[in-house]
Ligand binder design. Structure first.
Ligand SMILES: Cc1cc2nc3c(=O)[nH]c(=O)nc-3n(C[C@H](O)[C@H](O)[C@H](O)COP(=O)(O)OP(=O)(O)OC[C@H]3O[C@@H](n4cnc5c(N)ncnc54)[C@H](O)[C@@H]3O)c2cc1C
Length: 485
């Protein structure tokens, strides 16, 4: 019997689990994929929004602003990269200026600090590559950039360090009232019993909610396509550059990433398929056309990859966080579209507090909020780096040449609690394959390390779990004797 089962190991589920781990309950995260951060949390703009956009008085605005305020201290605690690079929302006509003023007023009411409406001259001084014709801008200095993978993984690792169990590769298929109170969570690996459930299932959160509640929810997946530019494009903008938002969201942006790439996107396309996170030529064309309106001469020949993420848009376009009225001890985190990443710390801390108080859980006296990230030798002085390599030669073996990732980092990514078990898991933890060659060179070496560390054959190593094996058999064996084996 668990005290709390959290369904979904995205940034929201992992944040809730991390803050629940500060209390004395037995907590388990149930995730259908083989790793955390495999849903929307892995494919977004990676921004910690300042919070001027979400309507004043909404849960979105409240959690966004609080989450953004929590980020500097949290990033230090969890040893994750985070930078307040600031954001500019650009207007190109009078109508746009009126909308900027509304955004500014909304932001002030939401409690966003440092907001300014600025003149075109200042915009071009700050960002010389902004397209001509700007009539004014909203400047939000508290907007920031983060690594969404590391943020989610760090929440998860810290939860594990404080006693939370993770059941990966475990899909929840049903939730019913338990015979002795609480809930029975049916999974493909058997039934689990718990006093409380947290529904953090992303684009599937409505389906889980509708299993227990008479008040039905409906989520539409809204796809956002992106292009990622190589490091050589870094510096074209320092801040996150937005267009004035429309009804479909915050519009197409140009932003540096925390790892010094440039990200262009996203589109906003409603789709039927909850797994439909494929890009389309039409989506990418639309995106590239819109990008040119805000930033000139974007070097689109430097695109090294494209990807898409799915927003979990609930019909009311609001975050639904808290206990479901007609399903006691079932807590929703539903409709968590953008700014969900920015809001995750605030949702996590507040929901954990509510659940602990409902279940009568006490604060632990030995809770460890700190996590130490994977050692990055590039951040050491040359002297310290040489010392490290002498002590542990694996840090001297460069496996990913584009991002300069060593064998030592990869081994750490695999060996640590909640470690990587497949290629993408390593990639999200240390950035192997994230560079210009997109894993062309490093994939065989990463596969060898995974096989050795996990004690499996090379043909069992997967890209992203399930059936995504790289190697299907030995060529000579397959064709020897004229027949397939
Ligand atoms: C295009 C785009 C841009 C965005 N940009 C930003 C941004 O810049 N800043 C920002 O703050 N937010 C942004 N967001 C929003 C943010 O990414 C999301 O709000 C956040 O990642 C949602 O996290 P989650 O944990 O709710 O969902 P997910 O990350 O999708 O996690 C849900 C998890 O539940 C699992 N799951 C589902 N069903 C089951 C089941 N039956 N059994 C077990 N497990 C299950 C899934 O496998 C998944 O891992 C953006 C979103 C998109 C799509």
């Amino acid at each position: 019997m668990y005290d709390v089962i959290v369904i979904g190991g995205g940034v929201i589920g992992c944040a809730v689990a991390r803050y629940l781990s500060a209390y004395t309950g037995k907590v388990c995260v149930v995730e259908r994929e083989g790793d955390v951060c495999c849903g929307t949390s892995k494919a977004n703009s990676a921004l910690i929004h300042a919070g001027f956009d979400a309507p004043h008085g909404s849960a979105m605005a409240y959690y966004n602003v609080k989450g953004s305020q929590m980020m500097p201290a949290l990033a230090k605690e969890l040893d994750i990269p985070f930078r307040r690079n600031g954001a500019l929302v650009l207007a190109f006509d009078r109508q746009g200026l009126e909308r900027l003023k509304k955004l500014y007023d909304n932001g002030i009411k939401n409690g966003v600090e440092g907001l300014e409406l600025i003149e075109p001259q200042r915009v071009y001084e700050m960002e010389p590559n902004v397209a001509p014709g700007v009539t004014g801008a909203l400047y939000a200095p508290t907007a920031g950039i983060v690594c969404p993978f590391l943020m989610t993984i760090a929440f998860g690792e810290n939860a594990v360090a404080n006693g939370v169990e993770f059941r990966l590769n475990t899909e929840v298929t049903g939730v019913t009232k338990g015979k002795e109170g609480g809930w029975t969570v049916q999974t493909r690996a058997g039934a689990l019993h718990t006093r409380a459930v947290v529904n953090a299932a992303g684009v599937y959160a409505d389906l889980l909610h509708n299993m227990v509640s008479g008040k039905k929810l409906h989520i539409t997946p809204r796809r956002g396509d992106y292009c990622l530019l190589d490091h050589t494009a870094s510096g074209i903008v320092e801040r996150t550059i937005f267009q004035v938002p429309g009804p479909e969201g915050k519009g197409v942006l140009v932003t540096p990433t925390i790892h010094d790439n440039i990200l262009l996107g996203p589109t906003a396309i409603a789709v039927d398929d909850r797994e439909g996170n494929n890009t389309t030529a039409a989506g990418l064309d639309e995106l590239l056309a819109k990008v040119g309106k805000t930033v000139s001469n974007v070097p689109t020949r430097q695109v090294i990859t494209s990807f898409a993420g799915l927003r979990a848009s609930e019909d009311g376009r609001e975050f639904l966080v808290g206990e479901v009225e007609d399903a006691p001890f079932f807590f929703d985190c539903a409709g968590i579209e953008s700014p969900g990443l920015s809001s995750a710390p605030a949702i996590g801390v507040e929901l954990a507090e509510t659940i602990a108080s409902r279940l009568g859980l006490d604060k632990k006296t030995d809770w460890k909020p700190e996590r130490i990230g994977i050692l990055d030798p590039k951040k050491l002085t040359m002297e310290k780096r040489n010392e490290l390599i002498r002590r542990e030669p694996a840090y001297g073996q460069i496996i990913c040449r584009c991002e300069m990732i060593s064998e030592g980092e990869i081994l750490d990514a695999i060996r640590r609690p909640l470690g990587a078990t497949n290629f993408d898991g390593v990639k999200r933890r240390v950035r192997t394959g994230m560079g210009r060659c997109q894993a062309g060179f490093c994939s065989p070496r990463v596969m060898e390390l995974l096989a050795k560390e996990l004690g499996i054959g090379l043909d069992q190593v997967t890209k992203s779990g399930g059936a995504s094996r790289f190697i299907l058999g030995h060529t000579k064996e397959r064709y020897q004797g004229g027949g397939r084996r």
